[in-house]
Design a protein around this ligand. Sequence first.
Ligand code: COA
Length: 328
Amino acid sequence: MNATITATARYLPDRVLTNFDLEKMVDTSDEWIRSRTGISERRLVAEGEATSDMCAEVVNRLLEKSGKQPEDIDLIIVATITPDMLVVATAAIVQDKVGATNAWGFDLTAACSGFLYGLETGSKLVESGQYKNVIVIGADAMSSIIDYTDRNTCVIFGDGAGGVLLEPTKSDGGVLDSMLFADGSGRDSLKVHAGGSLHPASKDTVENRMHYVQQDGKTVFKFAVKNMADVSEKILKKNGYTGQDLALFIPHQANLRIINAAASRCNLSDEQVLINIEKYGNTTAGTIPIGLDEAVETGRIKKDDLVLLSAFGGGFTWGSVLLRWTES
Ligand SMILES: CC(C)(COP(=O)(O)OP(=O)(O)OC[C@H]1O[C@@H](n2cnc3c(N)ncnc32)[C@H](O)[C@@H]1OP(=O)(O)O)[C@@H](O)C(=O)NCCC(=O)NCCS
């Protein structure tokens, strides 16, 4: 039995932060941001709006699209690095907010690869035969951990959420394969240093801005260019496909130059690559499910299409998931 995606949904907060807004906040320019990253604007949550609120919107939209009831949900997986709080799990808060009275759930931390880790986990649980309606969400309110005086990071990230409903299918389509990796030796290149057991929150950690994302952009860039391209090429080859077989490649949206490097390694045309980074920036675990929902909505994915999802992120983490679309 395979697992397949039977519904997709996304939620982007209304508030827009443009490159021109950022010009007034840090020493940067619209021209620099667009040419180095491909980003024009990003969305930010409203004051008091948390990751669980974005996730609850996604779940409600998934229920509406699939015609399911909250009680039908068996499991909610929330991939995020910006949980509402350290304890309790955002998934539990979402379970309560949507009234999923029969569901269990947990959060999963793998930064920008989080959604793919969640998709693999959810799929395997569906394939086990024990769970029939599994929701996997990638959601991040990055504005809660971004230092808006640090031009190295604040131009890149935005807030947003997307998710999918996974169900069993007797067809041989659905989630076909995955290749996922982690290499924690890269942990100093992209991190939020404090607020965990290593550096619990203190006056010093706050004063030293250790609760914000810190990033060595060049190292992350080099890592991403190599590894997202490698894993995308490898999973196609492993399954006997080439780039020509792909209807759509949905890469993590972190930097247009990184996306282009992976697309060119797989010999893909522009039409085969989903790019929405200009509108949302890097929403971390949100980018891939947001892109997937946009692609379904705009008819870029149809029944029987081969779709490749690839990501990389802090940790380091990276990987790909290959899908055969089963919905019409
Ligand atoms: C962060 C990133 C956009 C920087 O782009 P880059 O081309 O590597 O730029 P560099 O770091 O080499 O900096 C080039 C110059 O621009 C400056 N600069 C950096 N950020 C800037 C900004 N926001 N605005 C204007 N200038 C900036 C640098 O200070 C540097 O100036 P210098 O040449 O005088 O020293 C790029 O490295 C990147 O995308 N890395 C990956 C990050 C990522 O994907 N993170 C998420 C992982 S999931």
